[in-house]
Write a protein that binds this ligand. Structure first.
Ligand code: 5RP
Length: 274
């Protein structure tokens, strides 16, 4: 029973992130400016988050974004997945040289439901980023806070099953409680390789709604717990329609056609966020 408290803490926070009724999650990622600065769709981040927050289960964001762009009354009880690594920018070719940038105490102060660490397996800094993950897991486990491992793709790594499953499995072995990776062919084999650790898929660069919705559908059909989408949602002309469509796929078990109908139904009132 000694660890009962820790188990209850971890489970309670996991339940805030991933709905325990269907074991699914729609995570909205708005952490992009931490390395790429002003990002299309996030230039008026306050408006973007205020508009989209009601339709996601969890917000993946950064300390600065919360401080500058999120009103506590808008956030309500929506859980935050707080990015705690960084230290690079798109102005430098090698993105993998990341360190821990936010302390676990700050995450607790912000009432983060979880913390996110990027791991660049196969890159020049793989050792450092794997230790970022384990260092944060060691700290977070003491407080019952789950760590989400972001298997950012190493520079020359193919986003194929072999690489993504290897990277995901290393993150599970490090003790990550949730794994974020990219969708790939035979994705169910990646899910199986890290079961029972839940897997969410990042969307990657913006793609047409039918393609992004199909990807979300394929991922959850293959066993993913859900998505952590950013650009596919906030860079679309109809972002509310998009996040509603993704929600229909993830939580409503709708087919792609039905989700696209939901997207289309939101078009008349659609407005670009910036
Ligand atoms: C960016 C991130 C994002 O959280 C992740 O890539 C999901 O966003 P998108 O769907 O736009 O790829 O880690 O550094």
């Amino acid at each position: 029973m000694a660890n009962a408290y820790l188990d209850i803490g971890i489970q309670s926070r996991m339940n805030r992130i991933i709905n325990p009724i269907d074991n699914r999650v729609v995570m909205l990622a708005v952490d992009h400016p931490y390395f790429q600065g002003p990002t299309t769709g996030l230039r008026n981040m306050s408006a973007t988050i205020k508009t989209l927050l009601p339709y996601c289960d969890c917000l993946m964001t950064t300390r600065g974004a919360v401080r500058a762009n999120i009103a506590v009354e808008d956030l309500g009880s929506k859980p935050i997945m707080l990015r705690v690594t960084g230290g690079n920018s798109v102005l430098f070719e090698e993105l993998s040289d990341e360190k821990l940038t936010v302390t676990i105490k700050e995450a607790i102060r912000m009432d983060a439901a979880g913390v996110a660490v990027s791991v660049y397996i196969g890159s020049a800094n793989q050792h450092q980023t794997i230790l970022n993950l384990t260092d944060m897991i060691n700290q977070a486990d003491e407080y019952g806070i789950p760590v989400l491992a972001v298997t950012a793709v190493g520079k020359n790594m193919a986003r194929d099953l072999r690489y993504l499953a290897l990277a995901s499995r290393i993150c599970q072995d490090a003790g990550a409680r949730i794994i974020k990776t990219y969708y790939c062919d035979e994705f169910s084999r990646l899910v199986d390789a890290v079961a029972p650790t839940p897997v969410v898929v990042a969307g990657g660069k913006y793609s047409r709604p039918p393609d992004a919705i199909q990807m979300a559908y394929n991922a959850v059909q293959a066993g993913a717990a859900g998505v952590d989408f950013g650009r596919n949602i906030f860079q679309d002309d109809n972002p509310v329609g998009m996040i509603k469509a993704i929600g229909a796929i993830v939580h409503g078990n709708h087919e792609v056609k039905e989700a696209l109908d939901i997207y289309t139904a939101c078009l008349p009132g659609a407005r670009k966020l910036d």
